[in-house]
Design a protein around this ligand. Structure first.
Ligand SMILES: [Zn+2]
Ligand SMILES: [Zn+2]
Ligand SMILES: [Zn+2]
Length: 213
């Protein structure tokens, strides 16, 4: 029987102290606050993930434990346990039976329709966690935003803002830098917080899952 383990890790940036969402096993991540590149090497993931696997037989469904791990300059708080993959939004069990082992990408909650994702476990992860087969609701290095559906305005529909210098309409998209230069008068416009947050919605800390052989 495969083992289904749930992980909900939490850490903070060693440089600036602000929270960092680890919404999947990735080996590097830019701090969303100070943009420092943070490295999470495979053996860090092993120390984070092996307890849930080792304790599996002693846990009932939806049971788990908390742990705190100090490693490689990080303090990580982890909730982990035994659980079938559930929708990050409505928490109903996801319909994973029909997902082939070659599937890479979006899957949808049958109850609420929200998108999440499933991927095969990356090779580097299999080297430290040999039983790992598939990920559910997890960000990966190839699909960093696949795990949760964020309400991001489409790139081809810019939000319009008047330039502070000349009043011209600036078309602001998710690609626009925080300080956007007006094409007409070259004035630098600092995008206000509400607009910036709408274009860059903050990820929530949602649990993700690994299926082990
Ligand atoms: Zn930081
Ligand atoms: Zn749902
Ligand atoms: Zn202007």
């Amino acid at each position: 029987m495969p083992r289904f383990c749930v992980y909900k890790p939490k850490t903070s940036c060693p440089e600036c102290g602000n929270p960092v969402i680890l919404d999947g096993p990735v080996r590097s991540l830019d701090c969303p606050t100070c943009f420092e590149t943070l490295r999470f090497p495979p053996d860090l993931w092993k120390s984070l993930m092996e307890d849930a696997y080792d304790e599996y037989a002693s846990l009932g469904w939806d049971e788990g434990n908390n742990s705190t791990i100090f490693t490689q300059g990080f303090q990580l708080q982890l909730q982990h346990g035994r659980q079938m993959p559930k929708c990050p939004v409505c928490r109903e069990e996801l319909p994973i039976d029909g997902i082939g082992d070659d599937h890479e990408g979006p899957i949808y909650c049958a109850a609420c329709g929200k998108r999440t994702s499933s991927h095969s476990a990356p090779d580097w992860l299999k080297r430290v966690m040999p039983g790992a087969q598939r990920l559910y609701c997890a960000a990966t290095e190839e699909d960093p935003n696949g795990a949760q559906e964020l309400d991001i305005p489409p790139a081809d529909k810019p939000v319009m803002m008047a330039c502070m210098g000349c009043g011209a309409s600036l078309g602001i998209t998710t690609e626009s830098p925080r300080i956007t230069t007006c094409d007409y008068c070259q004035v630098e416009n600092f995008l206000p917080d509400p607009l910036w947050r709408r274009l860059h919605p903050v990820k929530k800390r949602v649990p993700w899952y690994v299926r082990y052989a």
